[in-house]
Structure formats: C-alpha cells, structure tokens
Design a protein around this ligand. Structure first.
Ligand code: IMP
Length: 436
C-alpha cells in the first residue's frame, strides 16, 4: 500500500462488501484495511468464496477464514451466518499455520454457524443437473446447507461439538437425506457410521476454536477493539437483492453483517463497497454488459479472470453503473474502492453502462425482476482510453488524465466518492484517495 494521501485514521467498525457479482478484489482491499482493525469477521457464505491476497509475491487464497489474518496479531471470527465445511476449514487452518500464523489463538468460530456435510454437496450437484435452469453453483453444498438452516433441521457447530447429542442429530439428518436420495434421485445412501466417525474427528480438532460469536464481539467492542466485517460474494449474488434465482443462498449485502455476526446495525460505522473498473460474473444469469467473445478473451487474460475457488473462467463486461448505484444504495456505501484499473490500460475506448433500454422504455434503476433484466439492453457512454500503464501510480494525481476522468465519471454515476484505487495485484499497488 502506497501512502500517498494525508490518510485519516480508519473510523470505527467497517463493513466491506462486493458491489458487483463477487470477485471484485475484496481480499486486496481487506488486506489494506486490516492495518487499522483488530477483529476480522466473515458473516455469510462458505468456502464458495475465494479471497486472493498476494504478499511478497506469494499468493494466498482464503475461502472461509477472514483474509486479514495474514497480518500478525489479528483475531478472526467465522460468524453464525457462515456455513462451514469442517474439512475445508481445517485444511485452510493448516495452510495458515504453515505461514506462521498462530491459528490456535487467531481463529474463532461461532457455535451457531451451520455445518456442511457431504450430503449437502451431493444434493447441490444433483439439483444442478436436474433443475430446469442451471445456476452454475460452486458445487460446495452451500445452498442445501442454508436450506436445512431455514427448514430448522440443520446441524450447527454447537451440535457438532456436543458429543452426546451429535450422533442422534446426525442420524436423523442422514436418514432423512437418504430417503430423499432414494425417492427423488435413485442414488445410493450416505453411510452414517463413516460420517459420524469422520465428523467426530473434525469436532475434536475444532472444539477449542468454538465461541459464542455475538458475545465474543460484544466483549471485543467493550475493549475498544475495531471490527472489520468481510463480505463474501457480492450484492448481485445476494439472496434478496441480487439477480434471483441466479444468486447465492446468503445475504452478501451489508445488512448480512448484523444478522450473520450477531451485532446491531448501530455497531457499524462505515460501509465500503468494492468494484472492479469493469465487471465480471461466474455462473449463469443475466449480465447486461457482457463483452462479445473477442474482447472477453482480452480482458479475461489480462485480468486473470478465473475463479479462485473453482478455476472457472469468469464472464467479463463493461462497468455497469446501474448495478453499482443499486449496490451503493442497498448497502449504504459511503465510499467505493475501485480495483484492477490497470486491466483497462491498453483499451482504445472504454464504455460505461449508464442505463438500460427495454423496448421503448429507458431506466436508470436496477430492475428487481430478473426476467425483465434479461430483456434489458445496456445504454453506453464512450470514454477514451488512457493507453498508459497505471501500475506504478502512487496517487490519484499520478494517473493519466483520461483515467482520472473515467474514475471521476464513475464517482458521479455512483453518487459516492472513490476512497481507494488498486492498480495491480501486489500489496503496494494500491493507494487511498483524498476521500478516504
Ligand atoms: P453457490 O454459492 O455455490 O450456491 O453458487 C451460486 C452462484 O453464486 C453461482 O453463480 C456461483 O458462481 C456464484 N458464486 C458463489 N460464490 C462466489 C464467489 O465467491 N465469487 C463469485 N461468484 C460466486
């Protein structure tokens, strides 16, 4: 992180959210903000997320653990709103420990977080192949685990760690799922004994990390600690505010931080949205500004647009100000961080979507109805490219004038200032602006 602006101290408790379809580069922004935070919190999603942080040339991908934990002395909480695959979590903890992080002290897990079992993953894959319109899920069992949570038959970390109650709860769940596998999919049953033994082993290793999440944060606040809430996925993948049904099964918006961590809205001081200087999306669903194939290849290669979790190629498109404005409003973003500006360095012309056209009707508001959205055509504004490298810029003033104009226009369209700009994958390729 370059120290270019007279940066004010970070204020209070901050929520970072993705303001597009996920993969906005939140990991990098979180890494920068962690300098001013004490407790880092994941509040929704699961190991469908992949936050990439590059330190000293080494890439580290976080899936479940808050990505700020690479900084020494920080504590991370996996909140009640997260769904946890214990195997994935333990694997991530082992990798972190190898990097010298004191995992025993640094990783806390809410006892109310729900647990993903192999039958969730199996259901996720079966549902994808049998439903009429594919969603393109990550296949990690995320949706089915949240279904069990809402249906009040899920198993939480507290249940997993309760040696007496867990076998009975698991038996009930396995029997129910096996009835489903047989009746609906003609699939072989899940083996209860094998699953029980495996998950009892996970419980023994995770038990020391399990806390009452809400109380843990209440104590941290009382001690004057600063909280940083790390949203996963993005606003357009939010279960309520995204492009339903092509969404994930949790609330990726800032409101999710309260329900998913166990804090009141009044605890949040600041919400920062993260956008790429263009747009990407993984999986199915409408994407109005999607590039034609040739441009898609150029940007995908330059921006290394392949999923951090599944390796799938991301769909790429122009910056969509209708989406970004919707995200700013739904999340209450006071400012926005823009990432990957450098990916546009070689473009002759850059387009910004400023509205949608549906037949004779023009709108600047994001349509809640996904069917309607898929009929909308983007209305573009063209801006000249800057045709110069931005990777070494240390301040807004260092950017080529055309890049400055592009960013100023984004600010105008989003209605909030840009507080941080990232122009490359390395930690130092980012600077705060005077709006920080
Ligand atoms: P699920 O979260 O695995 O159920 O997938 C639902 C949708 O969200 C699919 O379109 C996924 O590609 C997308 N998705 C889930 N997690 C991420 C993420 O971290 N980044 C981008 N897309 C994601």
């Amino acid at each position: 992180m370059r120290n270019s602006s007279p940066s004010k101290p970070a204020r209070g408790n901050i929520v970072i959210i993705g303001a597009q379809w996920g993969d906005e580069g939140k990991g990098k922004v979180i890494d920068v903000l962690t300098e001013d935070a004490d407790v880092l919190i994941r509040y929704q999603g699961g190991h469908n997320a992949g936050h990439t942080v590059i330190v000293d040339g080494e890439e580290f991908v976080f899936h479940l653990i808050p990505s700020g934990l690479l900084h020494p002395g920080k504590v991370g909480l996996i909140g009640n709103g997260v769904v946890i695959d214990p195997e994935a979590l333990l694997e991530e903890m082992t990798r972190l420990a190898k990097r010298g992080v004191n995992v025993a002290q640094a990783v806390k897990i809410s006892d109310q977080a729900h647990v993903i079992f192999p039958y969730h993953k199996k259901l996720d894959l079966l549902e994808e192949t049998t439903r009429a319109g594919r969603i393109g899920t990550t296949g990690r069992g995320i949706g089915p685990c949240y279904v069990d949570k809402a249906a009040r038959c899920g198993i939480r970390m507290a249940d997993l760690c309760d040696t007496r109650a867990f076998p009975g709860k698991l038996k009930q769940a396995v029997e129910e799922k096996n009835r489903l596998f047989k009746a609906l999919y003609n699939e072989p049953p899940v083996n209860y004994d094998e699953l029980l033994a495996r998950y009892q082993g996970y419980a023994d290793r995770l038990r020391p990390h399990v806390v009452h999440g809400g109380r843990f944060l209440r104590d941290a606040i009382a001690q004057g600690k600063r909280l940083l809430f790390e949203g996963a996925q993005g606003t357009m993948l939010d279960l309520d505010h995204g492009t339903y049904p092509y969404v994930t099964s949790s609330n990726a918006t800032s409101g999710g931080a309260c329900t998913g961590a166990g804090v009141a809205p009044t605890v949040i001081d600041r919400v920062i949205g993260v956008v790429k200087a263009y747009t990407t999306r993984v999986g199915e669903g409408p994407f109005p500004t999607e590039f034609p194939p040739q441009l898609m290849d150029v940007i995908r290669t330059k921006g290394r647009e392949f999923g951090a979790t599944t390796g799938r190629p991301r769909r790429c498109g122009w910056f969509d100000a209708v989406v970004a404005r919707h995200a700013v409003w739904v999340n209450g973003c006071q400012s926005v961080a823009v990432t990957k500006l450098d990916v546009l360095d070689e473009m002759d012309t850059i387009q910004i979507c400023i509205g949608y056209q549906e037949g004779a009707e023009r709108t600047e508001d994001f349509p809640a109805d996904t069917e309607r959205l898929s009929r909308c055509k983007p209305v573009y504004e063209s801006w000249p490219g800057w045709k110069a490298e931005t990777g070494d810029a240390a301040s807004f003033g260092d950017l080529p004038p055309a890049a400055q104009r592009y960013l100023k226009r984004l600010e105008e369209l989003m209605g909030v200032p840009i507080c941080l700009i990232s122009t490359g994958s390395r930690r130092e390729q980012a600077f705060k602006t005077s709006s920080w």
